[in-house]
Design a protein around this ligand. Structure first.
Ligand code: DHB
Ligand code: FE
Length: 280
């Protein structure tokens, strides 16, 4: 049967992708950001996933304001990189895993989480930057297929942390019941604290971020109860991206071992946060 051995939480700051694509990762500004991922890249080699289930958010790239699904599952054979702002990154096309994705759709929807099924979906920095930081430079293809789950954190109301945590549990039940012996790694992406607009633009709150990471590892139920108001007040308007990490956490065992943590300020307008959690 398929199994979940580990989860990864990681920021998706678009400028990180640009730094990699333009070869400036050794510059003093970026060096400490990437130094924290050296261990992660080795760990990815040692724990090579067969498939990544990647929870991320779209930034008005695949979805305009006309249609905003709360949870959209990528069931296509492949996903074209696309992006706002800097334009599409020159990274390989992202291959999906249709058999696993349709099994997850079947299992999770019948488990009463009403996912939107996406048979075509372009993917932006929210998905490609986490892959890049974890795998490093890749040539013609990504090392494994990806099943994307896009979560709405752009238009209020986004889902609650509690809903995301419980969805993670349903995804775990789906993976556990998939009849093929594969290692499915789950990524929760976005965050950490940041605000890109208005009077508080530039807000970064390391105390909040540390508490969030501690709760995520040690007391995920309490972490999942952080309210929208707390994210908005303490982590800034875009800090709400952190609800996606609860999907990842919900798919892991209650007890996990945090085998790596990296936290660095600043990267563009946000803090970079990263944890690797192994099931115990
Ligand atoms: C930045 C961060 C994001 O999460 C994003 O989606 C876009 C920009 C930033 O820090 O600049
Ligand atoms: Fe973002």
């Amino acid at each position: 049967m398929a199994y979940v051995k580990a989860g990864v939480g990681v920021s998706h700051v678009p400028a990180i992708g640009v730094a990699m694509d333009t070869g400036i990762t050794e510059q003093p500004y970026w060096q400490p950001v990437f130094a924290g991922f050296e261990k992660s890249r080795q760990w990815m080699k040692d724990n090579k996933p067969d498939v990544i289930f990647l929870v991320y958010n779209d930034h008005c790239t695949a979805f305009s304001a006309e249609v905003i699904p709360t949870f959209a599952l990528g069931c296509a054979a492949e996903f074209q990189p696309a992006d706002e702002g800097w334009g599409p990154r020159t990274v390989p096309i992202v291959k999906g895993h249709q058999k696993l994705a349709s099994h997850i759709a079947q299992s999770v929807i019948l488990d009463e989480f009403d996912l939107t099924i996406m048979n075509k979906m372009d993917v932006d920095h929210g998905l490609t930057v986490p892959l890049s930081v974890m795998f490093g430079e890749v040539e013609d293809e990504w090392p494994c297929p990806v099943v994307p789950l896009a979560v709405n954190v752009v238009q209020y109301p986004p889902p609650t942390g509690n809903r995301c945590y419980n969805l993670g549990k349903a995804i775990r039940r789906a993976i556990d019941s998939y009849d093929e012996d594969i290692n499915v790694m789950i990524f929760g992406t976005g965050g950490m604290s940041h605000q890109l607009q208005a009077q508080r633009a530039g807000l970064i709150n390391p105390e909040f971020d540390k508490r969030f990471l501690d709760l995520l590892t040690e007391d995920p139920v309490a972490g999942s109860q952080i309210s929208h108001l707390e994210y908005m007040r303490d982590a800034g308007s875009e800090g709400i991206e952190l609800v996606m990490w609860h999907v990842m956490r919900g798919a892991l065992n209650e007890k996990v071992e945090e085998v790596h943590r990296h936290y660095h300020v600043p990267a563009s307008n946000t803090a970079v946060g990263h944890v690797i959690l192994e099931n115990r």
